[in-house]
Design a protein around this ligand. Structure first.
Ligand code: URA
Length: 267
C-alpha cells in the first residue's frame, strides 16, 4: 500500500491513483511500497575513460545536426586552450570561463549544475531555460518543480542528487542545443561524470538521451529499455522531460514506471 505521503507526492506530479480514477481508465498504477533510500555506501570505483572515451561513442542527435547549417554562418568566439579538469573546482571554473561556442556570448550566466557531486544519481537535462539562466541553477522553473516532485515520489530530495545539463549555457529562445554546442560542452559533462562516478544516470528528455546514448531513436522507444552510458558500465535510464509531461499529463503514468525502475536501481 502507498503511504499517505507517497499518495500525496504522486498526486503532486499529477499521477491519478486508482481510487481517483474513473471506471475504464486505461492507465493502471500498481500500488507500490517505496522505502527510504539507504545512506550512500562506499561503492567500487567506476571506470570512466578520459576525455574522448565517451566522446568516441558520441553521435550527434539528428535534429541538432540539422541546426548545424545555421551555426556555420557565424564564426564561434575564439576558443581558449583546453582547460585542466582534474578536480571539481577546475571543472566548475572552466565552465564559468568557457567561450567555446556562441551560447556563452548570449547567456546571462553559466549553469554548471547543482547538488551533491558525490551523488549516486546524476540527472542530465537538455540546457538551461529562462529561469535557470537568471538563477544560475538547473531545473528551477516549472519543469524543475515537477522534477522535484517526481524525485520526492520515490523518496529522493533534490539535494541528494546532482543535476546538470548537456549544455551549460541557455540556448536562445529555448531552441535545442546544436550538435557543435553539445560537443563543445561534452568535455565538461564527461569530467563531471568522472568526478561524480554516479551509480545511475537519468537522462531526461530527447536531447539528453540522444546526446548521452548517441542514438536518434524516439524517447518513447528509449524509455522501454535499460541502457549503459557508452564506454562505461554506468546504468542509464531515459525518461520523459518534465516539460513534456506538463504538456502531456497522460505520459506521467509511464514516467511513474520509470521512477519505480530508477528507485530499484538505486537500492
Ligand atoms: N530544462 C532542462 O532541460 N534543463 C533545465 O535546467 C531546465 C529546463
Amino acid at each position: 500500500m502507498l503511504s499517505d505521503r507517497q499518495q500525496h507526492c504522486l498526486r503532486g506530479i499529477g499521477v491519478r491513483l486508482w481510487r481517483d480514477r474513473l471506471p475504464g481508465d486505461v492507465h493502471r498504477l500498481e500500488p507500490v511500497s517505496v522505502p527510504a533510500l539507504p545512506d550512500a555506501a562506499p561503492r567500487p570505483g567506476i571506470v570512466i575513460p578520459e576525455a574522448g572515451g565517451i566522446a568516441a561513442n558520441y553521435r550527434p542527435a539528428q535534429e541538432s545536426a540539422v541546426n548545424d547549417k545555421q551555426s556555420e554562418a557565424k564564426p564561434a568566439p575564439t576558443k581558449k586552450e583546453t582547460p585542466s579538469l582534474g578536480n571539481w573546482g577546475d571543472i566548475i571554473g572552466a565552465i564559468h570561463d568557457c567561450v567555446a561556442c556562441e551560447l556563452s556570448q548570449n547567456c546571462t550566466q553559466k549553469v554548471p549544475g547543482v547538488g551533491d557531486h558525490q551523488a549516486d544519481l546524476l540527472i542530465v537535462g537538455e540546457g538551461p531555460g529562462h529561469d535557470e539562466d537568471i538563477r544560475g541553477e538547473p531545473f528551477v522553473g516549472r519543469s524543475g518543480q515537477l522534477l522535484d516532485r517526481m524525485l520526492a515520489a520515490i523518496g529522493i530530495e533534490r539535494e541528494q542528487v546532482y543535476i546538470t545539463n548537456i549544455v551549460k549555457c541557455r540556448p536562445p529562445n529555448n531552441r535545442d542545443p546544436k550538435a557543435d554546442e553539445a560537443q563543445q560542452c561534452r568535455l565538461y559533462l564527461e569530467a563531471q561524470i568522472r568526478q561524480i562516478a554516479p551509480r545511475v544516470i537519468l537522462a531526461v528528455g530527447r536531447v539528453s538521451a540522444h546526446n548521452l546514448l548517441g542514438s536518434n531513436l524516439p524517447v518513447g522507444k528509449l524509455i522501454r529499455e535499460m541502457h549503459q552510458l557508452p564506454g562505461t558500465d554506468i546504468p542509464l535510464k531515459v525518461t520523459y522531460h518534465p516539460a513534456y509531461l506538463l504538456r502531456n499529463p497522460l505520459a506521467k503514468a509511464i514516467a511513474w514506471q520509470d521512477l519505480k525502475q530508477l528507485h530499484q536501481l538505486l537500492q
